[in-house]
Design a protein around this ligand. Structure first.
Ligand code: G6P
Length: 479
């Protein structure tokens, strides 16, 4: 839009993410309205938004017209519209059937379609234009995640004044895998529009630096890429976290504690509750977890009614083929294990294909003796951190896949390789029989980490580094 180049927009701080932090809820007049959903990212960014006149640009999650811009808790929200075909090609297609499986080490086969790529470019353009139209001169723009990798480059072209940060919430794959992407050079160049590119783990940043050399032919020095236009772009790790104190507070509420007891009672007061909580996604290793648990039951090492597994798999991306197939496989497997090992009123697995509010999640964490995080690949895995934050009495065991970003930080967890079913079984058994002193020692160390490195610390660290990187660029340009 004309005028944008002069910094026509009013906002000094612009967050750009595929999703707006809103839910559609029923309004008092029987219609529906949008209400802000207080997730971890929002709680970290809301104070910054209030201080610096911030706006959040994103999609509502429904096809068709975007909600009218509205304000929530000192934050302005601006919707970006996606037409039904764009939901199919940009969101379900290129984002979630091309990039998602590719970036998670091709656990599922990525599909490459030129029409999906075209939709991805067009929608990224719309997000970039909306950001450009709303950003004040010299504003800070923070772009999030794999759905919007072209936005930094598009913004840089029209708005060289902006300070642009990008954070990738999911893994960035090794070059041998990334190289499959027919548009690998465009993606790298899109990201390099930023002053700072943040990743979850150091390994992700290293992978990106290598992709810059190989796919875009650029040189790198330490953690910086020498971009084609002479700028130096920094790529580094900023492991994301949760609002740890806020989550702990929820878990400490008397009604949440009471609810956790109620859950255990409803499960038949077993000696051991095992818990899995994920979006129903093939990256989460749900079938590996079920295989290990099923074999433990076969071996008679654990058995209902003393032990039960609660498996919360929240609905996700249900129109994408691979997700439908996974749901069928999970449900067949759960049914088989319950059929083989259950008795009336005593199934070994309580399977819930639902999503729950924060309070209920906290109650589930409190009810669980052993938390099972078995991802085959996971950018961070915040469930692991939520479990730790909720265990105020320092009890409980966390079984955690090495293939999560969280494993770099939570080194005192019972770490596992989910592909090693034998090792997984043994570690589940070890975690469920460990003595209180060992569990406490491990939990205490993990809690220290999660409370010191919360999501506010993450946002502060990223934004401070962005400020330094961008100032550095400005200084070098001035004579
Ligand atoms: C992951 C991604 C997010 C995404 C979320 C839920 O955490 O990193 O960008 O929003 O999954 O997926 P969805 O497709 O429902 O937005």
């Amino acid at each position: 839009p004309s005028g944008a180049a002069d910094g026509a927009g009013p906002f000094d701080f612009v967050v750009v993410a595929n999703r707006l932090p809103v839910d559609q809820v029923e309004s008092s007049d029987g219609g529906t309205e949008w209400r802000a959903s207080p997730g971890g990212l929002v709680s970290a960014l809301a104070p910054i938004m209030r201080q610096s006149d911030g706006v959040w640009i994103g999609w509502s999650g429904s096809p068709g017209p975007a909600p009218e811009p509205f304000d929530s808790e000192g934050m302005h929200l601006i919707g970006v519209e996606l037409a039904p075909e764009e939901v199919r090609d940009y969101y379900e297609g290129f984002s979630n059937a091309t990039l998602w499986p590719l970036y998670h080490d091709v656990i599922a086969a990525p599909e490459f379609h030129r029409s999906w790529w075209e939709a991805y470019v067009a929608v990224n353009r719309r997000f970039a234009d909306t950001a450009a139209a709303n950003a004040a001169k010299n504003a800070t723009v923070w772009v999030h995640d794999y759905q919007l990798q072209l936005v930094p480059g598009m913004l840089r072209q029209t708005r060289a004044d902006l300070r642009i940060g990008f954070f990738n919430h999911i893994p960035f794959p090794g070059y041998e895998i990334f190289a499959q992407l027919p548009w690998r050079r465009q993606v790298v160049e899109g990201l390099l529009g930023a002053d700072l590119i943040g990743f979850q783990r150091r390994a992700d940043a290293t992978n990106f630096l290598r992709a810059s050399r190989r796919a875009a032919g650029l040189s790198t020095r330490g953690s910086e890429v020498n971009a084609a236009d002479g700028r130096r772009v920094r790529a580094a790790a900023f492991p994301i976290s949760i609002d740890s104190a806020g989550f702990a507070e929820v878990a400490a509420q008397p009604h949440v504690q009471a609810r956790s007891k109620e859950i255990r009672e409803a499960l038949g007061n077993p000696k051991q509750v095992l818990l899995g909580v994920d979006r129903l996604d093939y990256t989460k290793g749900i079938l590996h977890r079920l295989k290990a648990y099923g074999e433990i039951l076969d071996d008679g090492e654990l058995a209902p009614p003393d032990t039960v597994l609660v498996l919360v798999a929240s609905p996700s991306r249900e129109r994408v083929e691979q997700y439908r197939m996974l749901r069928d496989e999970v449900e067949v497997t759960v049914g088989r294990i319950n059929g083989d090992h259950g008795s009336v009123g005593q199934p070994p697995i309580h399977y819930l294909h639902q999503s729950y509010p924060k309070e209920e999640m906290a109650a589930l964490y409190l009810a669980a003796d052993v938390m099972l995080v078995t991802s085959l690949r996971d950018g961070m895995n915040l469930v692991a951190k939520e479990y730790v934050a909720s265990r105020q009495d320092e009890t409980g065991a966390l079984v955690l896949s090495e293939f999560t970003g969280a494993a770099d930080e939570l080194t005192s967890a019972f770490q596992i390789n989910p592909h090693d079913i034998e090792g997984l079984k043994q570690t589940i058994l070890r975690a469920s029989t460990a003595n209180q002193a060992e569990l406490r020692r491990r939990m205490r160390a993990m809690r220290r980490r999660v409370f010191e490195h919360d999501v506010a610390h993450w946002a502060r660290t990223f934004l401070r580094t962005l400020e330094d990187s961008a100032d550095h660029r400005h200084r070098r340009r001035e004579p």
